[in-house]
Write a protein of this length. Structure first.
Lengths: 127, 863
């Protein structure tokens, strides 16, 4: 997959409270897979790029195992909605809402994400 | 109520029918109300005599046992092994055994079976002469054959051909001597016999029909060295197996004054009672009320049921009767299908034959049709697929013309006859007398949804197995009729099976998952992200075919990276706290001290937990994702490569130390294991693949529990396939014997590629072999005899794989682009994940995990 040159400067930005935070360059994401990012307060988010070019972010912590691994799961679609399947015990989470598709009583935080160009990328030194 | 005295039942003979009788008593609750004593002449409890020959293809005596677990204890049955009944005192109602035990009976049941008839030729008892009836006979033949090169079987009937097949399998040059003018004179007619002869001769056996045996000749030591035949010739042979028919074992009954038939057999009535109402006789020792002695197991089982019902009746009410049985048989003899059913010889008045015969391909089919067009019986040789359908139609007018019924598929036969055309009372399983109605009921009333469930519920298909195909068709038809949609699609995204997707990818050379989904996915899934089932499956198909279809062989290249399971994505196995394990390949389990030291140093420097695995190699646990490239750089530098512990790919080829060191070894098992491991490393497949090579029959490498296992013989290698450990262990089946190195490798190439081509997702070779139509026989036909003409192609696919192999880890650490993914955080590549923590345990480390109640998602856990 080659990314068009004009896109390489595009950033993935995440909304934290009222602020937008730049996470990384879009070119670091592979469609259909995720990466983990560290937030200034030490929390971890899992950021995904769908096949349609849309990006998503949810909490990286798998509530079933307690491990920070959701970013490393496989992405799929169920009834048109994208999800990630935890790499440990395979429960699926809706990428947009954070709801667990296999256990209604469980959900993880979901974050608003956008693609932009104007922010300085946080180096993560906050951790 | 006054206490009733417990009735005593004594059973003489614990063979197939005797055991079935005990089960019938247990099912009827009689076992709980009576004292049951069983006298068994053989040193082991009842076993599957019908499958006796499968001992030579790797089934152990234990596998053949017919007695389930604690059956005897559970029902309070006393079984005396190795202690035959010697005398019966009918007046006192006692039986005395060889060991001198005496038992009193209220009811005596004789189930003594038959003995092999040995013609009274000179030297018939010489060393090297055998019969073929018990496991002990087989063990003796096997032992003697070690020093023999030629074997001869006297008798070309059903059992004779089985015995001949066994001798051939033991590596002997084999002759069959049959007095009648054709093989299997009882079951087939002249035409069928001729077709059979062609095929058997083509396999390299020598057949002498119309020839009698006049004398066994012996050398100075008294051991067999030949046979003088009725045509004046002498046949040199080291070993003779007599298989000239069986005779009912009725001596005990004769001595006790019970009525026996003129040509043998204990006379019984419709209820299987002998001339003494307190004594029953069942199975091959009985002369049934229709004047026949039945040498097959199905009628014996029916007698067992009848006698049990009569016994229960004498305690309660309700009777059943046995007035004769069907002599239908379907067998696979030396790999040839042979079936006969009903009036196979056309004995009825006014009947006509419809015959199809092609001696070139060894196919012969004859149907016997009555004056009103009803099917009376038939003979099928070489292709007996239609047996399961034809036998239940016996007695009725078939829905399509008999001419069409005998034509092979594709030669003008327009409609295949489906099981839907059978009436409900048609007997589908003749071994257990199960009708189509009962099978339908299992689906509609007992909500069975799979063939194994229906087998368990009805017993159908658990005898000789010849009805299983029709059973499968019936179950599917019934499920469809009751509205259960049998969707064979891989997942919600694809309506095709894995095998169909494999063929599509191969034929159209599709190298992209997205292209496959958009062109061949279900409508609703097109354009989407796919799912966690089809992505790795398609990723694996593309990887297996990469060199052939022109895809990149590196599994993390471009779009392929997004398809891989998490473990493949990082070329390591994720552990419960998000850390990874590292398993370098150690081919055949052989490793130099230098390499061992490198592993030790790496583990020490990175604080990794180190363990010897069950696969003869070393696993290093607890690496963070960002440490993987550094650790692998050191391992690759020392000459290690990926062990693919993360992939659905070849894992290990275990070895035993073999000929080089072990006093018993007959081949170099370590070298062969290393060669095989290096040849198939990196091969992506529907599930993981494991193998092992043992240096001799002692089997220290446990090859028979592997997907493909190799055991050394004095003449080369035996190849076993379809073994499995895990939750549902399965012993591997013998695929071929005494192969040279080159033959072995070629056969494994074909086997693996055929499996990769046709198996379902996550289907180990063991389940695949059980599921695939025709089972082991079919797989052997395809990969050994090239029946589909695809072997050259399978070999070419493997050659492509071998030529295209590259170590994934070496490729990864040498490419900065590829290394970019090995970070804990995309926005902080230098920061290690602080949540991956460890605590000490037995001088090493273990994951430090938050205490959580782990809920597993049923069915998908731990893959
Ligand atoms: C490490 C090891 C246990 C050990 O400490 O010894 C092990 C560890 C795992 N086994 Fe195993 N198996 C290990 C030898 C075996 C063996 C013994 C053997 O290979 O001789 C068996 C039985 C033989 C067989 O496969 O038929 C075995 C039968 C299984 C099964 C059941 C397979 C089946 O067909 O029923 C699974 C589950 C699966 O694959 O679906 C499994 C799955 C696993 C997984 C992959 C479970 C998981 O998803 O986390 C474990 C991965 C460990 C890791 O992270 O590296 N493991 N596992 C062994 C690694 C051998 C190696 O060097 O590669
Ligand atoms: C190699 C082979 C292949 C066969 N293939 C088929 C097939 O494909 N289809 C089919 O329908 N049939 C087949 N048969 C026949 C089938 O095995 C028999 O019909 C069946 O075993 C009969 O069961 P039975 O219990 O009557 O006799 P058996 O199974 O022979 O059992 C009788 C038992 O009684 C014991 N016994 C005898 N006398 C005494 C005594 N005085 N005290 C204590 N115990 C005693 C014997 O040792 C024996 O263990 C095959 C047989 C052989 C040998
Ligand atoms: S299988 Fe045979 S050769 Fe190998 S170690 Fe065991 S006894 Fe020795
Ligand atoms: S006919 Fe033998 S198992 Fe069904």
């Amino acid at each position: 997959m080659t990314i068009a040159p004009e896109k390489t400067d595009t950033q993935v930005q995440l909304r934290l409270g009222g602020e937008w935070l730049a996470l990384c360059s879009l070119s670091l994401l592979t469609p259909g897979r995720g990466v983990a990012a560290l937030l200034p307060d030490g929390r971890q988010v899992a950021v995904f790029l769908g096949r349609d070019g849309r990006s998503y972010a949810i909490d990286n912590r798998d509530p079933f195992s307690g491990a920070q691994v959701l970013s490393r799961g496989l992405v799929g679609s169920s009834a048109g909605r994208p999800f990630v399947a935890s790499p440990l015990l395979k429960q699926r989470f809706d990428l947009a809402s954070g709801d667990c598709l296999d256990d209604e009583s469980v959900s993880v935080t979901s974050y608003e994400v956008r693609l932009g160009t104007d922010l300085a990328v946080d180096s993560g030194s906050a951790a | 109520m006054p206490a009733m005295p417990t009735p005593a039942i004594v059973v003489v003979g614990h063979g197939m029918v005797g055991q079935r009788f005990l089960e019938a008593l247990a099912e009827r609750g009689v076992a709980e109300r009576a004292r049951i004593v069983v006298l068994c002449e053989e040193p082991r409890a009842a076993y599957d005599r019908v499958q006796l020959t499968s001992y030579f293809s790797g089934r152990t005596p234990d596998d053949l046992s017919l007695v389930e677990g604690d059956f005897m204890e559970r029902h309070g049955i006393e079984l005396h092994l190795d202690d035959p009944a010697e005398t019966i005192d009918r007046a006192a109602r006692t039986v005395t055994s060889r060991a001198g035990r005496t038992f009193t009976y209220d009811t005596l049941v004789l189930a003594t079976g038959s003995y092999p008839f040995v013609p009274p030729v000179p030297n018939k008892d010489a060393a090297g002469c055998f019969v073929y009836r018990t496991i002990e006979d087989l063990l003796a033949i096997e032992e003697y054959a070690k020093t023999a090169t030629t074997g001869a079987v006297v008798g070309g009937g059903l059992l004779g051909l089985e015995a001949a097949g066994a001798l051939k399998g033991l590596g002997l040059k084999t002759h069959i001597v049959e007095f009648a003018p054709r093989l299997m004179p009882v079951q087939v007619d002249d035409g069928g016999g001729a077709a059979l002869l062609k095929t058997i001769e083509r396999m390299g056996l020598t057949v002498h029909t119309g020839t009698g045996t006049q004398e066994v000749t012996v050398d100075e030591s008294g051991a067999v060295n030949g046979m003088a035949l009725s045509d004046g010739s002498v046949l040199a042979t080291d070993l003779v197996v007599f298989s000239a028919g069986v005779r009912p074992r009725d001596q005990l009954a004769r001595d006790a004054g019970l009525a026996v038939g003129g040509r043998g057999g204990i006379v019984v009535d419709d209820q299987c009672r002998t001339s003494d109402p307190a004594v029953f006789a069942i199975g091959e020792c009985a002369l049934a009320s229709d004047g026949r002695v039945y040498g097959l197991v199905a009628p014996g089982y029916e007698m067992a049921e009848t006698a049990a019902a009569a016994l229960e009746g004498s305690l309660e009410g309700d009777v059943k009767s046995f007035t004769g049985a069907d002599m239908s048989t379907k067998l696979k003899l030396l790999g040839v299908d042979v079936a006969s059913f009903g009036d196979a010889h056309g004995a009825a008045d006014g009947c006509l034959d419809v015959v199809y015969s092609d001696s070139r391909s060894g196919v012969y089919k004859k149907l016997v049709i009555g004056p009103d067009g009803e099917l009376l019986g038939g003979v099928l040789v070489g292709d007996a697929d239609s047996y399961g359908m034809l036998r239940p139609l016996t007695g009725s007018v078939p829905p399509i013309s008999p001419e069409q019924l005998v034509l092979p598929a594709g030669l003008g036969a327009p409609v295949a006859l489906g099981p839907s055309s059978l009436p409900d009372d048609a007997v589908i399983c003749s071994c257990h007398n199960v009708t189509k109605g009962t099978i339908r009921g299992a689906v509609t009333e007992h909500s069975c949804t799979t063939v194994p469930e229906v087998k368990k519920c009805t017993k159908a298909g658990t005898g000789c197995g010849s009805c299983v195909k029709v059973l499968g068709q019936l179950v599917n038809a019934e499920l469809e009729a009751s509205g259960v949609e049998v969707d064979k699609g891989l997942c919600g995204c694809f309506g095709q099976t894995r095998q169909e997707l494999y063929e599509i990818v191969r034929a159209l050379r599709i190298t992209s998952y997205a292209a496959l989904l958009d062109s061949h996915g279900r409508e609703a899934a097109k354009g989407g992200n796919g799912c966690e089932i089809c992505k790795p499956t398609v990723g694996s198909i593309i990887a297996s075919l990469a060199p052939t279809i022109g895809a990149d062989g590196y599994v993390l290249e471009g779009e392929q990276a997004a398809l891989q399971d998490t473990n493949d994505h990082f070329l390591a196995n994720m552990q419960k706290n998000g850390s990874y394990s590292i398993v370098p390949r150690i081919p055949g389990g052989e490793i130099t001290p230098e390499k061992l030291i490198v592993i030790g140093e790496v583990a020490r420097d990175y604080g990794l937990y180190t363990k010897i695995t069950g696969g003869q190699r070393i696993d290093l646990f607890g690496a963070r994702v960002d440490q993987l490239p550094q650790i692998w750089a050191r391992l690759v530098d020392a000459g290690f490569e990926s062990g693919h512990a993360y992939g659905k790919a070849l894992r290990t080829v275990k070895s035993c130390v073999g000929q080089t060191w072990c006093r018993y070894g007959v081949q170099d098992s370590v070298k062969m294991a290393i060669d095989l491991e290096l040849r198939y490393r990196g091969l992506r497949s529907p599930h993981k693949l494991k193998s092992a090579v043992s240096g001799c029959q002692r089997e220290c490498a446990e090859a028979q529990s592997k997907d493909f296992g190799v055991i050394a013989t004095a003449n080369g290698w035996n190849l076993y396939v379809g073994g499995n450990g895990g939750a549902t262990p399965r012993h591997a089946d013998l695929l071929a014997q005494d192969l040279s190195d080159a033959e072995l490798v070629r056969l494994i190439d074909r086997f693996l590629m055929f499996y990769i081509r046709t198996a379902d997702r996550l289907e180990r070779t063991s389940t695949w072999l059980e599921r695939i139509d025709g089972g082991l026989g079919h797989v052997r036909d395809v990969v050994v005899h090239d029946s589909l003409g695809i072997c050259a192609e399978l070999e070419a696919l493997m050659a492509d794989h071998v030529a295209g192999y590259r170590d994934e880890w070496a490729e990864t650490i040498n490419d900065p682009e590829r290394l970019r993914r090995f970070v804990s955080f995309v926005n902080a590549p230098e920061v290690p994940d602080p949540t991956v923590k460890f605590v000490p345990e037995r001088d090493q480390v273990k994951p430090d995990l938050p205490v959580l109640q782990i809920r597993t998602l049923e069915g998908t856990a731990a893959r």
